[in-house]
Design a protein around this ligand. Sequence first.
Ligand code: SF4
Length: 366
Amino acid sequence: MIDEQFTADTRRRKKKVAFPMFGHYNIPIAYFVEHALHADYVRQPPLTRRTMEIGAKYSPDMVCTPFKTVLGSSIEALEAGADTLILPMGLCRLGYYGELAEQILRDLGYHFEMINMAEYTTGRPLDYLKAFRGFRDRVRPVRFGQLSLNTLKMAEHLDEMEDEYYKNVGFETQKGAYEKAFKTMLAEMKNAGDLAAIDAAYARCKSAFSEIPVEKGEFPLRVGIIGEYFTVMDAFSNCDLEKMLADMGVEVHRWMNVTHRNIHYPGERNLHVRISDLCSYEMGPTSTANIWCARDYAERGFDGLIHVKSAGCTPEIDIMPVLREISEQYDIPVLYLTYDTETGTAGLLTRLEAFYDMIRMRKKVV
Ligand code: SF4
């Protein structure tokens, strides 16, 4: 009864919408909420140790780590004044997580409207737009379509620049030049109101990157990172893995991002053809792509692979035997990292340093 009254009240006023913190993607999501949904976007605090503690405290033991992160971040969004939560969908048990998170949050006494994207997973991408029916009276459909495309364009630009960033930042000769240009673009994207501003921020960052001198030598160490969707893309969740590697002087490659996986995905069928000797069936949300990616990095002569997964992630546990086979076949070392709600970085750094020493020595010998 209280929730029905709450829903009726939020319909009358501008909604305060939040989405759990996830890498740099909250910037395009904020643009989408403010422009396409014409609602207020609630900027909850960035992920911290507290987020993980409250997420873990109220989660069932056996769920994987991203659930705990999402729950903790949702609580922080509600504390920051959100009255509407968007929760993501997924092809694994993430599909059930929205419902579970909603129940936990309501049991804790929070009142909010819930947009559970899993309810709109039908196989037809346009059905996701039905999730935003409640906002339709505010924005005309054609305009809504344009603004949604602008959102995707912003995500694409951010992904492209982040990709370039981690391939080169470890070799810059002016310390901090890449970070400065990248942070400037993030700030400009946050304030961008239309496609022209989005494209201009991207163009300025690209141009700034191209002017930064780098000294890579002829054969820089190259490491390919593969792994579970959320943990591999969210720097807080993987304890800044890419930054640590870049700081050691490694060219860091990561194919898995929203642009590649969700916008320009080559399709399960096509990837299956390329790895049909390694796996016959679809194995999970990112498994096929990760197997393909691992072999692609190996064939291109990378010096090592790092497999990132959250504790309790069944799809990524399943691909580990295949990765071992690729490792043997191509003689490429693989470092397996499992993340839980622990946020300390000392243990990770020690393992990365050992991995780095090993691949550097192998490279010298080879
Ligand atoms: S891919 Fe793995 S970690 Fe991510 S939600 Fe699914 S089971 Fe959990």
